[in-house]
Design a protein around this ligand. Structure first.
Ligand SMILES: [Zn+2]
Ligand SMILES: [Zn+2]
Ligand SMILES: [Zn+2]
Ligand SMILES: [Zn+2]
Length: 344
């Protein structure tokens, strides 16, 4: 493939959106180094290279042809080298994202010239690839949907909120309307809005540690407390019982009967009530709540009342501790037949 004459901003913006989705980004600023580790790419600092080759920083910069960073692809993997001088501050995050841009935009595999040595590119070719990596980086670090929702769009506020330098924030602002136009045109706008939604409506429960993304939620569905705060925690309390769109168990959670009738709400084998819903309805819906609940919900997220699954013992209370005593009683010394055991 030939290096394009102009930067492919449409492609860059789409790849930026895919990057946010694939890495499940819902924090800003997010940890760029962690993503590099999780992706299995190598990461090395200029300081480490200086040590390894017993040379000074200027030599590393001259050899790699960049004051900020460089990405290399050997047969199997990428490795990113970056200038780790402390005074660079948030510039390092942008550098790393820019380098990830070269990877994500397939610059090192699609173009033969870049694979061997980036120094062999013409000035114009190099500029196109640099512009593309920069476009990718700004659209990942500060997605248009996030900037759109930010009320105070001053350069310093953008810099603070997204962990980029003032200079990068100014550039981001300059390209905002153009990036926004591109995203609207190619349909990534709504996907980016979902990323904003996941950021803005993420909640953790300070009582039981539950994590949920939801707009209209007052009570924690796990512990029933009104202790949800904006933030993140690890997802606990997995939804093990599969429900249909009417919150009815697909197979009986008590006796495992798989032939649940589409009509009745009770298991015809064991008599279990199969719908998880709010128990607060006093026989008529106008008086109470009685709304449907999620598979792992012990409490109603709208009114805090217990759910049918909790009341009927299908779900255990969130702080219920099971008495595990499942260690097999193995003899202390194995007898002469131990060659029959499967782990000799
Ligand atoms: Zn570059
Ligand atoms: Zn809770
Ligand atoms: Zn049953
Ligand atoms: Zn309710």
């Amino acid at each position: 493939m030939k290096i394009p004459t102009y930067a492919r901003y449409d492609y860059c913006n789409q790849r930026a959106c895919e990057f946010l989705e694939e890495n499940n980004i819902r924090s800003f600023p997010f940890d760029v180094k962690r993503i590099i580790y999780n992706s299995g790419w190598g990461l090395v600092t200029y300081s480490e290279l200086m040590h390894q080759f017993s040379c000074d920083r200027d030599t590393v910069i001259r050899c790699l042809g960049s004051e900020d960073g460089y990405t290399q692809l050997d047969d199997v993997n990428y490795c990113i080298a970056y200038n780790d001088e402390e005074w660079l501050g948030d510039r390092i995050r942008f550098t790393l994202m820019h380098e990830i841009g070269h990877i994500y935009l397939r610059h090192l595999v699609d173009f033969e010239a870049t694979r061997l040595y980036r120094g062999s590119l013409t000035k114009q070719e190099n500029k196109v690839l640099e512009n593309e990596a920069n476009a990718f980086a700004r659209n990942v670090l500060v997605p248009t949907a996030m900037l759109q929702q930010l009320k105070n769009k001053s350069v310093s506020n953008i810099s603070n909120h997204f962990g980029i330098t003032l200079a990068a924030a100014q550039t981001r602002l300059n390209f905002f309307y153009e990036d926004n136009r591109i995203n609207k045109q190619n349909g990534t706008s709504s996907r980016l809005y979902t990323i904003f939604y996941n950021f803005y409506y993420k909640k953790k429960c300070t009582t039981c540690g539950y994590f949920i993304i939801s707009k209209n939620i007052k009570y924690c569905p796990i512990c029933g407390n009104k202790t949800l705060q904006w933030g993140e925690s690890e997802m606990k309390y997995p939804a093990k019982i599969k429900l249909d769109e009417n919150s009815k168990a697909v197979c009986c959670p008590k006796c495992d009967n798989e032939e649940v009738s589409p009509d009745g709400n009770y298991c015809h084998i064991c008599g279990t009530y199969l719908i998880n819903e709010c128990t607060n309805y006093e026989g008529n819906y106008s008086e109470g709540c009685g709304r449907l609940a999620a598979s792992n919900a012990r409490y109603c997220i709208y009114c805090g009342a217990p759910t049918t699954f909790l009341q009927n013992g299908i779900l255990k209370p969130w702080d219920f501790k099971e008495n595990y005593n499942t260690f097999m009683s193995l003899p202390d010394t194995l007898d002469s037949e131990d060659e029959l055991l499967p782990f000799n």
